[in-house]
Design a protein around this ligand. Structure first.
Ligand SMILES: *[C@@H]1O[C@H](CO)[C@@H](O)[C@H](O)[C@H]1NC(C)=O
Ligand SMILES: *[C@@H]1O[C@H](CO)[C@@H](O)[C@H](O)[C@H]1NC(C)=O
Ligand SMILES: *[C@@H]1O[C@H](CO)[C@@H](O)[C@H](O)[C@H]1NC(C)=O
Ligand SMILES: *[C@@H]1O[C@H](CO)[C@@H](O)[C@H](O)[C@H]1NC(C)=O
Length: 398
């Protein structure tokens, strides 16, 4: 780094004060060694191979977009609207998930069976909208119809809580923190592509859903989200992955608003979303363990270490810093990054995950977490975006 700096001095002469004023992450932050392309490829291959449930596929599509096709993801500048034609092979893996889902979609229903969940199928909606947008309209129409039927289900068919929150369950009114990652980012993206009054209405709807969910689930006393509330079978714990879904989902909604034509008219909503992500990150990292991990139940010292939530919360922290310039939690995110990279074994599996179907127990021997594999990809995508936003120079170049 020091050598790079002196080269700047020589090359740019009078520009030096500007160079010095720019934040250079390398001078303040030391990143752990990279995962390396070989391991990253294995992580990706497993993520693709073992994702089957609606939310796993939706999260995978988002992870592949952010990692491989950042120009098309909502964190990429200029990504909205996407181009109407893609280059050959561009986003092929993401679009094939959308194609496969729409090919099997029953008419008039959500995109895919959601195992009783309202929000989870909608997580695939962003990829379906991208497919629609990048095809000639006569070829895209089935994707456009599929996306609009999914939206209609969320807005007009699903049950609602008294405050207006769309229920996460089909059979009863019940809110899960998970919903925040599944549905609001889709509603927002739909609105951002649509523009005009209805587009802005949808962006505001996405924002309001985050707000309504927070009203019910955010535990002000400790600054953490409860997992499930209302109805039969609540889970009042401060589940790590629930907090990760909530913070990461709210941040995607924020990024979508910022790339949309409503960026000027929705300023107060952006302020709120920044605050809501920040308060969650504040609450979460307080409970980070010395080796960088978070616990499955964040504030219960007897709980087990969970790498899945640690990965998604670290990803969200890097994204948050890139978007706001606030690096308060970057040291925590870097400790988490080191732990995650060390937790990916030589076969490309993320170890020490929570069993995502049970919430309360670690994955058993030989079991792996599909969403955990995708969270590693989201983390690597977020770190590389952060590095470029801070003109990071790797320690290797010193
Ligand atoms: C996917 O899983 C199947 C078994 O379920 C295995 O045979 C195959 O090698 C896996 N593919 C990759 C790319 O990991
Ligand atoms: C699908 O794409 C077409 C452009 O090809 C666009 O006019 C239409 O609004 C899109 N549908 C949705 C639901 O975004
Ligand atoms: C990290 O620390 C926690 C306890 O705080 C422990 O349970 C976990 O096994 C440790 N993880 C690794 C990978 O060493
Ligand atoms: C940055 O975030 C921290 C907490 O996350 C907050 O206390 C601080 O005020 C923020 N700084 C700015 C400039 O917003």
């Amino acid at each position: 780094m020091r050598r790079m700096f002196s080269m700047h001095l020589l090359a740019f002469g009078l520009c030096v004060p500007l160079v010095l004023a720019a934040p250079t992450a390398s001078s303040q932050f030391q990143l752990p060694p990279d995962l390396g392309p070989k391991k990253l490829k294995l992580v990706r291959a497993h993520a693709i191979n073992i994702s089957t449930h609606s939310w796993e596929l939706g999260t995978l599509a988002e992870a592949l977009t952010e990692l491989e096709w950042p120009q098309l993801g909502v964190f990429g500048p200029g990504s909205i609207p996407p181009p109407t034609r893609l280059n050959k092979g561009e986003a092929k893996d993401v679009l094939s998930i959308a194609e496969n889902v729409v090919a099997h979609k029953p008419p008039g229903l959500p995109l895919i069976d959601g195992d009783g969940a309202v929000g989870d199928p909608a997580s695939l909606g962003v990829a379906v909208l991208l497919r629609n947008w990048t095809l000639p309209s006569y070829e895209g129409s089935c994707f456009g119809t599929a996306a609009s039927e999914q939206l209609d289900y969320l807005l007009h068919v699903a049950l609602r809580a008294p405050n207006g929150a769309i229920s996460q369950r089909v059979s009863q009114v019940q809110l899960w923190a998970d919903f925040v990652y599944m549905a609001p980012p889709f509603i927002a993206y739909y609105g951002a592509l649509e523009c005009g009054h209805r587009g802005e209405f949808l962006l505001k709807t996405a924002y309001e859903q985050v707000k309504f969910y927070r009203e019910v689930l955010f535990d002000q006393k400790v600054g953490l989200w409860r997992h499930i509330d209302l109805g039969q079978g609540i889970d009042p714990t401060h589940w790590g992955t629930g907090n990760a879904w909530a913070a990461a989902g709210a941040l995607r909604v924020l990024a979508t608003i910022q790339r949309s034509s409503a960026v000027q008219s929705m300023t107060s909503q952006q302020v709120d979303l920044v605050r809501w992500v920040q308060e969650t990150l504040d609450g979460v990292w307080k409970h980070q363990q010395p080796n960088g991990t978070l616990l499955n139940y964040l504030d219960e010292p007897g709980s087990f270490a969970d790498s899945s939530s640690t990965a998604l919360l670290a990803a969200t922290t890097f994204r948050f810093a890139s978007m706001t310039g606030n690096t308060t939690h970057i040291p925590a995110a870097i400790r988490a990054l080191r732990l995650i990279r060390n937790s990916v074994d030589k076969h490309g599996w993320l170890r020490n995950t929570v069993n995502p179907l049970l919430f309360s127990a670690p994955s058993g021997p030989g079991q792996h977490s599909p969403e955990g594999q995708s969270f590693v990809l989201l983390l690597e995508a977020a770190v590389s975006a952060w590095k470029s936003s801070y003109s990071y120079v790797s320690p290797g170049s010193e």
